[in-house]
Design a protein around this ligand. Structure first.
Ligand code: SF4
Length: 521
């Protein structure tokens, strides 16, 4: 079996050409016993195109940076003669046969099938226990049983907020209105983040299964996946998965003969960052401007079309089938006291092994960046890492041994966010970094409230004056005061967190700011 990585990262690096070359060689050589499989991203985006060779009785061998010549050699030398091309093998940063991560730092729950199955064949998902959790839920559990398991597991929202998923489901379940909705938020928009896209491209059925189970638990009969239109491959694979799920009786009327009806439709977003906020997302799904509104009322009381609605992130839902299959106790045994399970991160920037990683909560930044990520590009000095995207902040070298969990990151002035992790080295200017993120939130502000609409512009102008050498001597005090004012008075999370990159870079790199001001004024 040859697995070719054909997620967006693999395709961009030339994976399709490698697949076609292998397909034609297999046909020319009449190798009818070789199964060529398209898979999603295995996580090692830095060495795409990738080909994994699985020969029964042998450990999988993983090739990276595969070109057309190497593709031919993989067939001729490895598959036919059993000779491994040692110069082309790249180490897996996780261990499929030892998911506890004793040897490797990663532990795959949400990503367990990504890079391992063909996302366009439901039979492969089923072969890896797919839809077993749904069958169990519909035949053995009441909606309240499901909610109980989710609460006991400790699963918290992976979109950034970290709200307990079981409590969210319970809040919708308790509503009397017979019409309820379940929405999957796939409006991933942080710069550098692509966890949700990759998950949907590599294993769409796990998200569908989580969404259907959520519908059963909350009492919803209609699911909606809100996904940005810039994700064409994820959308295509979702559509294929939806058709197959209907054909197999996992979606639609009377699912698996249980009497439970649930169907899912896809709604495309135009790529506004603010539509990741659940009230703005709901407005966008309703066809209105994607503007946030004040909470309460919460979507669980009054959401889509004023009906009780649950909004869950892609990664959150992908965890659900495994929790049902393996139990709350199993999930709660992974991670830390307050942050259970694992988290997927997009490890990007100045790091050698750029890609997706999934680690138990409590893993340190140092382990992620140096042991999984291979260290800093060109062996330069680590300077900082940005977590939480434009809503988060930077963490300096002094905190590399901080265990990653919701609370620890918050105490450092940043946040988990949806999982973007951008590594910076000694060459990065922290004022430029703050400017970059602030420009992003300024452009993405929906303009509804003044602190965000005007405040982010003024904040940006102050940063700009520093980089242009025209800043007033008290510019740091102005940045601090304005940043805190925006944080305290903006209407939604986008505005409230927009000053974070500025305030956190000032907190850890004040000297660098002062040098800029003193040198240039
Ligand atoms: Fe819109 Fe910004 Fe106000 Fe949020 S904080 S409602 S994004 S203007």
């Amino acid at each position: 079996e040859l697995l070719v990585g054909l997620a967006t990262c693999g395709i961009a690096a030339g994976g399709r050409e490698i697949y076609e070359e292998l397909e034609s060689l297999i046909s020319d050589m009449h190798l009818s016993n070789v199964d060529l499989v398209k898979v999603g991203c295995i996580g090692s985006c830095y060495c795409e195109p990738t080909v994994q060779v699985n020969i029964p009785g042998h450990a999988p061998i993983y090739y990276g940076y595969v070109d057309l010549e190497t593709a031919g050699r993989i067939l001729n030398e490895h598959v036919l003669q059993g000779k491994i091309l040692k110069d082309k093998v790249v180490p897996m940063t996780f261990n499929r046969t030892d998911p506890s991560g004793a040897k490797k730092k990663q532990y795959r729950i949400a990503l367990k099938n990504c890079g391992n199955i063909d996302p366009e064949r439901i039979t492969e998902y089923i072969a890896f226990d797919g839809y077993e959790a749904l069958a169990k839920v519909l035949t053995e559990m009441t909606p309240l049983d499901v909610i109980h398991v989710l609460k006991e597991s400790g699963l918290r929202g992976r979109g950034g907020g970290g709200f307990p998923t079981g409590l969210k489901w319970q809040a919708t379940n308790q509503q009397k209105n017979p019409q309820k909705y379940m929405i999957c938020n796939a409006d991933e928009g942080d710069p550098g983040a692509y966890m949700d896209r990759s998950l949907l491209e590599g294993d769409p059925h796990s998200v569908l299964e989580g969404l259907i189970i959520g519908g059963y638990a909350t009492g919803a009969n209609q699911g909606i996946i809100y996904i940005r239109a810039e994700y064409p491959l994820a959308i295509a694979r979702l559509n294929t998965a939806l058709d197959q799920a209907r054909d197999y009786g996992f979606l639609g009327k009377n699912i698996l003969g249980s009497g439970f009806d649930f169907d899912i439709e896809i709604r495309l977003g135009a790529g506004a960052f603010v539509c990741g906020e659940e009230t703005a997302l709901i407005h966008s799904v309703e066809g209105k401007r994607g503007e946030p509104t004040k909470k309460p009322p919460y979507p669980s009381e009054e959401g889509y079309l004023h009906k009780p609605t649950t909004v869950n992130n892609v990664e959150t839902l992908a965890n659900v089938p495994e929790i049902i299959n393996k139990g709350a106790e199993w999930f709660a045994s992974i991670g830390t006291r307050n942050s259970k399970g694992t988290k997927v991160f997009a490890l990007v920037g100045k790091v050698k092994n750029v890609g997706l990683v999934e680690v138990p909560m409590g893993t340190t930044l140092r382990e992620i960046i140096y042991e999984i990520g291979g260290g800093i590009t060109d062996d330069k000095a680590f300077k900082a890492v940005q977590t939480g995207g434009p809503s988060g902040g930077v963490i300096s070298v002094d905190y590399l041994d901080t265990p990653i969990e919701y609370e620890s990151l918050r105490s450092l002035g940043t946040m988990m966010g949806s999982g973007g992790m951008i590594v910076m080295d000694e060459d990065n200017c922290m004022v430029d970094i703050a400017k970059f993120y602030l420009k992003f939130t300024m452009d993405e502000s929906c303009g509804k409230c003044t602190p965000c609409r005007i405040g982010t512009k003024r904040l940006y102008e102050l940063l700009d004056s520093i980089t242009k050498g025209t800043a007033s001597p008290n510019v740091l005090e102005q940045l601090d005061m304005l940043g805190n004012n925006i944080r305290n008075s903006a209407l939604c999370g986008l505005g409230q967190t927009a000053p974070n990159p500025v305030l956190s870079t000032m907190k850890y790199f004040e000297e660098e700011y002062r040098m800029h001001v003193e040198e240039k004024t």
